[in-house]
Design a protein around this ligand. Sequence first.
Ligand SMILES: [Zn+2]
Length: 461
Amino acid sequence: MAELGLPGVLQPGVGLRGRVAGARGRSPFAAGPGNKSDFSGGSEGRRSRSAFGGGRSLALLGTLAAAFFVASAHAQVLASRIWPARDYTRLTLESPAELKYKVFSIKDPERLVLDLEVAELSPALAELNSKVAVDDPYVQGLRVARNRPGVIRLVLDLKGEVKPQVFTLPPIGDYGHRLVLDIYPAVPIDPLAALIAESEKKQLVLEKPDARAPDKPTEKPKVARLATIVIDAGHGGEDPGARGRRGTREKDVTLMIAKRLKTLVDDEPSMRALLTRDGDYVLKLEDRVKKAHTVKADLFVSIHADAFVRPTARGSSVFALSEKRATSEAARYLANEANRADLIAGVNLTSKEDYIQRTLLDLYQTATIDHSLRLGNAVLRQLGTVNTLHKGQVEQASFHVLKAPKIPSILVETAFISNPEEEKKLNDQTYQDKLARAILAGIRDYFAKNPPRPQSPLALN
Ligand SMILES: [Zn+2]
């Protein structure tokens, strides 16, 4: 985490270097509701007071000419990105000033049309059609062309019915103004489906008679139920997390370790795992918690890599939720940074339900935190066998991602990505495996003393 703690932590090559002193005072998000077929946005007028963008120097121009020039120079798209994922596909357009736009959908075949009020068909827009991945779950193709003077039209050919959300984001970190089009499936993806498939597979294996003892009557294995571990790879998509000096991105490392841990958990006869995200895309903190809640997870483990300005900072640490105060200044700082992830990632805050706020009032929270600390201590002890420990005990702070009311939840800072030595280790598959095995060993230790309670309707028997 600590995504803003390091210089140059966010994505390079975005094309908006040296930008935008006029970031303050922008209008709030111009969001459109999720399921209307036609909505538009953008600020009521372009702001000529915005600073000089696009690397142009206006120093020699007169005031009036400069104002006009800046306005037209800003109404353009300087960077474009598409993030395809199972949950949804995101299209991001970045510009030095807020873009004016209109979105509508057309049926037979399903298409989405995005009209942008921009002066020119910039390279960032022109290259968009080549950025659509063949295996994008929702977008078949994309066409860009001038529609009329001052308007560039994007037409997205879709693979099926979708529920688009469009909104703008003010500049943050290394990013300028962003226009975001999120393309959700009309029928949302059900996280339970994947999990049930996993359980059925495991049950088949468990019920298979032992081939070496054919004479013995087969006894049904005494697995009360599978414990469900939700593994959360920190960051993703527009939010790369912290960045190491060699360019390692936290979001990539966390996903690799999370996937490794999922395989190990699924190999355990009494456990099964679900990843909150299995690709490189933005996932709201709230949605990570919600997924764990939906599958009635027994445990929630969020994987991160730490960063600090001092490259010598090192070691693993484990965090649990604190309802009241953070156990240290550093823990409070980390929680604040982690909770900002939604802003960097680009989350449509207008669609926010106050799930997380509500859960804070839950009476279960105190008992859950107690179990989170037991789990955290077990995992921390095991991490101590593969890495030095940054802190000898579990720290506590108000992390949004740890706020599931009934699910013991921990956040593991595997190592410091800002420490060159640890960055190297984080990239090493053998070491990733060691970290994953240590976390699993901690989970096992926790379950040995605190067996999963018979609560889940997903129980096998
Ligand atoms: Zn992180």
